[in-house]
Design a protein around this ligand. Structure first.
Ligand SMILES: [Fe+2]
Length: 269
């Protein structure tokens, strides 16, 4: 694919999402969050694709996947006033449906279309299926890493805003803010395991889920970015100040150092 095609996709995306604005200030504020998110995820995906040494064509494909990965969010929030897939519809599948409906990718080769649609379909899955072909898996891993990087930016900021001024907080909060957290999530973190969204009880659980998502990061450049921004420390500052959390912080830091070392070694060999 070409850069010209990417520019065409960007123009279509801007046009498509513009129609969803204007219903209410609340909806607009939430949509804008996803519009800015898309922009950041594109930048992160291009950064990762470059840092792991992909060629021009795959860098462009990574950018298209990033551009369209959350295209379903605009219809989702307008229709259901929530970003919770459980309370509405699976936004990964919505994106695939919309791209097919508008036949946006028609100019690309069939292989490119398949990779893009599959990576988008799987960007929010708890884990990737084992039977993906190599290139699809690579792109699915890139979008999942790029998405995570920006989820950390968005949510640490959002939760800070809420903590500092809960009365004037104007965005959707998906969990109840109670001072507790669930033991099974702490256990998952100690085991370097993922946490199921459906098992969350409180806002603290969600913050811990964000930490556990680090175990699912695929590339050293992503981990380095997480470290550079200090997202682990930022999340811990938003969690209760106790011994359990101190241990969680230690688990995360040790894991990240080891994983960066291991991935860098793999990439170098
Ligand atoms: Fe998404």
């Amino acid at each position: 694919m070409t850069d010209q095609q990417l520019q065409k996709f960007k123009a279509w995306f801007a046009d498509y999402i513009a129609d969803f604005y204007g219903t209410s200030a609340y909806i607009d504020a939430n949509l804008e969050l996803k519009e800015i998110h898309t922009d950041y995820v594109c930048k992160e995906a291009i950064y990762i694709a470059g840092a792991i040494g992909l060629g021009e064509n795959d860098r462009l494909i990574a950018a298209v996947i990033a551009l369209f990965h959350d295209v379903g969010r605009f219809e989702q929030f307008t229709k259901y006033q929530t970003y919770s897939d459980a309370k509405s519809e699976n936004h990964n599948l919505m994106a695939v449906r919309i791209l097919k409906e508008y036949n946006i990718l028609a100019d690309l080769t069939e292989t490119e279309q398949d990779i893009i649609l599959k990576a988008i379909e799987l960007h929010g899955a708890k884990e990737l299926p084992a039977d993906l072909d190599e290139l699809t898996e690579l792109h699915a891993r890139i979008i999942r890493d790029a998405d995570k990087l920006d989820i950390y930016r968005v949510l640490t900021e959002k939760y800070r805003q809420y903590r500092d001024d809960p009365e004037n907080y104007s965005l959707e909060l998906e969990q109840v803010d109670e001072p507790t957290y669930s033991p099974h999530i702490i256990e998952a973190i100690q085991n370097h395991a993922q946490v199921d969204y459906t098992s969350l009880k409180t806002l603290n659980d969600m913050k811990l889920l964000l930490l556990a998502m680090i175990f699912d990061v695929n590339f050293a450049p992503t981990l380095k970015r997480i470290k550079q921004h200090g997202y682990v420390g930022q999340l811990l500052q938003l969690l209760p100040d106790d011994e359990v959390m101190e241990k969680v912080g230690q688990t995360m830091r040790v894991y990240m150092e080891n994983k960066i070392f291991q991935l860098d070694k793999q990439a170098g060999s």
